[in-house]
Each structure stands twice: as C-alpha cells, then as structure tokens.
Design a protein around this ligand. Structure first.
Ligand code: PHE
Length: 342
C-alpha cells in the first residue's frame, strides 16, 4: 500500500544520491554524511517516524528505510575510498586545490657564524676541543682561580645542579679540560665553541642561554702582540673588512693582565653611529694572559711558558653581521626571523 512515508523515502533517496555525486572534497562528504546519516540526520529522523505508523505499514516501510540507510552508507564508503585514492595518487590532477608550499630546511644563523669561525681558526692552525655543558665546579670555577667568594659563583649568576654540578657559565673550563685530558704540552693552540648559561634577567642583549667562542694559545714566547694579531685576523675575516682592536684593562681571575677587547665599529667604520654610540668602538669580549695559577693547574711550567686566552659571545658577532636587534630572537624559534637566513 502506497504511503506518504514511502514517497518521502524515495524523494530522500534521490536527493541523497544526487548530492553525493556532487561532493568534491572530503569536507563536503563529511557534511553530506552528517546531513543524511548523522544522528540527527534525515534518515534516522525518518526511521524514528516509522514507529508511529499503523502496524501493517510499519514493517514494510521500516524495511525500506533500513535498506536506504544501508545503501547510502555503502555509497558513502565508496566515495570516501575514492577520495583517499585521489589524495594519495595525483594532487596535480586537481588544479582547484592550492599547491602545498615546500620549504627546504636551512642552518640557524648561529650555526652559520660558528662554521665561519671554525674555518678561520682552522686557517690559523688552532685545534678544536670540546667540553660538557654540565660542568663540575672544579673546572668551571676552582681550577680557573675563581675563589668561592667571587661574584660569578653567587647563586644568581649560575644554574646550580645537584652534586656540585653547574651549567657551565663560560667556555673557559674547556681550556683546562682539554689540556688535562689530552695531556697537551706547549706549544699548542686550541679553541672551543659552545653553549653557555647564566641565571640572568633577559633583555635585548642578555639571554640565559648563549654561545661562546674561546681560544687558548700557549708557548715559550707568546705575547699580547700575538694575541692582537690573532684577534684582528679573526674579526677581519669574519666581518670581511679590515678591523682594528684596542685593549682596556679589566679583571678576570684566570688571566693577568686581563683586558676587554674593543673592535673598530664594523657598521660605520668609526664615523660614529648608534650601534657604537658614536664612539667608533664596539665592546667584544674578555681576554688576557693566562694566570700562573691556571697554568700550574694545567701542569704547565709557568716560568718557562706563557699564553693568552680569550672568550666572547657568538650572538654578538652574528647580531653585528646581520643587524639583529635582540639576542632573544636566536632562541625564539620564530620562523619569520629564522627564514631570513635560508
Ligand atoms: N670566560 C670569560 C667570560 O665568560 C671570558 C674570558 C675568557 C676572559 C678568557 C678572559 C680570558 O666572561
């Protein structure tokens, strides 16, 4: 017996089949599924009405409804498979879809700066040495002639770990370690590159995690003139322009005399600019002639040999090279920043 619901079922079947044919994307298909087969969709709604029919009609209409649900589910699954086939095989055959942008990876600006430094130190005959990031206080402080009462040992500057370990606050312990571990005897020249950590408040020119380059040269006739020659060679090659340096007296417990190294401004060539605050000079790093106590701690006869050491931030070098305004950008993971170096 023909029934109003039977008409609705065939109308629904036709509409569903037609709109399924027109679905052109996975999200369209999902909308289709929700509209017809979803919990509040057309088919379940219709099937809920079956129970209000007279018993004679109930069975036959119920069967028709279930059959329709079955058929539409099968059609849906077939369509779903056809989409996954398309996605896997040939995106190019669907010009309507925008192409996926593929960007090759590239090196971090600090890695690039570090590699350039390695080339330069290699040219000068320095040997690369390494040390751990988690350091014993013995190497980070004691053997470097940094006494317990020195401000660098205060809680505020150092990340302390259990068992007397620290995150190294500078790369100077690597000098000691490498000389002791390799049993180096003068003359030798070593350098090291790596991460360092300080428990400091961060700002545009300070970060808790940064990188240093450290060098140590020991022999029986090493002077400050040698030091100046090496440093000017390094900076001139790194910045690809001829630079001058000047030394100002300073204090570091592991050197005597100690100094701060200034470099002629590579931005304005000493004409005066904002970066060098119109002075023509940029503060670059700490250095000095290795303290006799430290030479002794390296098992080196300090009456016969002497040497220089220097250590400074690599971020500073990269910031000057690329006019980077804030040191925190290096660790930010900000792709807009990083992609400029691809
Ligand atoms: N280790 C010092 C620092 O981190 C730098 C330095 C290295 C100074 C070698 C003198 C000699 O500040």
């Amino acid at each position: 017996m023909p029934h109003k619901l039977t008409d609705s079922l065939s109308a629904l079947s036709l509409a569903a089949a037609q709109s399924l044919m027109q679905t052109a994307s996975l999200s369209n298909l999902e909308n289709w599924r929700i509209h017809y087969l979803g919990r509040k969709g057309e088919i379940p709604r219709l099937l809920r009405e079956v129970k209000n029919l007279p018993p004679a009609d109930r069975q036959i209409i119920g069967q028709q409804g279930n059959q329709l649900r079955h058929d539409l589910t099968a059609a849906y699954e077939k369509k779903l498979l056809s989409f996954s086939g398309q996605l896997a095989s040939a995106p190019a055959s669907r010009p309507a879809q925008s192409p996926v942008e593929v960007r090759p990876g590239h090196l971090h600006p600090l890695t690039l700066a570090g590699r350039d430094l390695q080339t330069i130190f290699y040219q000068l005959g320095f040997q690369l040495v390494e040390g751990p990031l988690v350091e014993e206080t013995k190497y980070n402080f004691d053997l470097l002639n940094i006494p317990l009462e020195h401000p660098a040992r205060a809680e505020t500057d150092t990340f302390h770990l259990p068992d007397g370990l620290v995150l190294r606050t500078h790369t100077s312990p690597v000098q000691l370690r490498s000389v002791l571990a390799n049993g180096l005897v003068p003359p030798f020249q070593v350098y090291s590159i790596g991460r360092t950590f300080r428990a400091e408040r961060t700002d545009a020119s300070h970060d808790h995690t940064f990188s240093q380059i450290e060098a140590l040269m020991v022999g029986d006739a090493i002077s400050i003139a040698d030091f100046k020659g090496v440093v000017e060679y390094v900076y001139s090659n790194f910045f690809r322009q001829s630079v001058a340096t000047r030394l100002r007296p300073s204090y570091f417990p592991f050197v005597e005399p100690g100094f701060e190294v200034d470099m002629s401004c590579v931005i304005c060539q000493q004409k005066g600019c904002r970066v060098c605050q119109q002075t023509g000079w940029l503060e670059m790093m700490g250095a000095g002639m290795v303290h006799p106590n430290v030479l002794r701690n390296m098992n080196i006869d300090h009456h016969k040999y002497q040497g220089f050491a220097f250590g400074g931030g690599i971020e500073r070098l990269a910031m000057l090279r690329h006019s980077i305004p804030d040191v925190r950008l290096f660790q930010s993971g900000d792709l807009k920043f990083l992609r400029q170096f691809s």
